[in-house]
Design a protein around this ligand. Structure first.
Ligand SMILES: Nc1ncnc2c1ncn2[C@@H]1O[C@H](COP(=O)(O)OP(=O)(O)OP(=O)(O)O)[C@@H](O)[C@H]1O
Ligand SMILES: Cc1cn([C@H]2C[C@H](O)[C@@H](COP(=O)(O)O)O2)c(=O)[nH]c1=O
Length: 197
């Protein structure tokens, strides 16, 4: 089973991802961007405020393709549980917003990014969405790079809401405004329920 953690920067994904490792020691814990050289290329693009939005989308997508073939598909083929801190929905939400706000000649960017993935990707079985307002998210994340400015995160959050509306059965929304221990406890409940199904 593939479970993904999604949400805005600073919503607490990595905090719960680390906590889940104590509960599921045999699971494969992974993330996007990865630490491969594809992920390093993504990091270079993220650090470049002039990066071309379409080029950046394809760097993230290359990293995803490698993540699938090297980590996700083999672990699933072994019957394992895979828990990924960010996955394809991050691309749909973030690059959908980036391209929308750029001068790239792309109609319906979110659908365009989804279409690129549909040919090769493997959708999550379930996605835990850590729901936090953009201002709190930007504050928690320290507004350290071009992705963490309030207006941009509002567009990203709108895209996450569109993804949830389009596939409500896959998403489990968790209130990420609560204290870390409460968020962790709720996510643990949600994941236990998913794994026991
Ligand atoms: N529920 C919470 N309440 C308050 N602060 C939190 C909560 N969860 C995490 N934090 C803090 O917010 C910051 C970001 O948390 P974390 O790295 O887990 O988020 P993230 O969603 O993985 O962020 P990013 O996407 O930017 O990597 C950290 O300083 C963390 O300690
Ligand atoms: C996978 C992915 C990530 N991003 C953005 C979101 C964050 O601002 C950064 C790094 O993520 P992290 O959780 O802090 O490691 O990258 C993105 O725009 N598109 C993606 O597909």
């Amino acid at each position: 089973m593939l479970i993904t953690l999604e949400g805005l920067d600073g919503s607490g994904k990595t905090t719960v991802w680390e906590a889940l490792q104590d509960v599921y020691p045999d699971a494969t814990f992974t993330c996007e961007p990865t630490d491969s050289w594809y992920g390093e290329a993504v990091s270079r693009s993220m650090a470049d405020s002039e990066a071309d939005p379409l080029a950046e989308l394809f760097l993230y997508t290359a990293d995803h393709a490698n993540h699938l073939s090297e980590t996700v598909r083999p672990a699933l083929a072994d019957g394992g549980l895979v828990i990924s801190d960010r996955y394809s929905d991050s691309r749909f939400a973030y690059q959908g917003a980036t391209i929308e706000r750029s001068d790239a000649d792309v109609q319906r960017p979110l659908e365009y990014v989804r279409g690129i993935h549909s040919a090769f990707s493997r959708p999550p079985d379930a996605t835990v969405y850590l729901d936090l307002d953009p201002q709190a998210a930007a504050e928690r994340a320290g507004r350290t790079d071009k992705f963490e400015r309030g207006g941009y995160l509002t567009a990203v959050r709108d895209n996450y809401e569109r993804l949830i509306d389009a596939d409500p059965g896959r998403f489990r929304r968790v209130d990420a405004t609560r204290a870390p221990e409460d968020v962790i406890a709720r996510v643990e409940e949600v994941v236990a329920d998913l794994v026991d199904r």
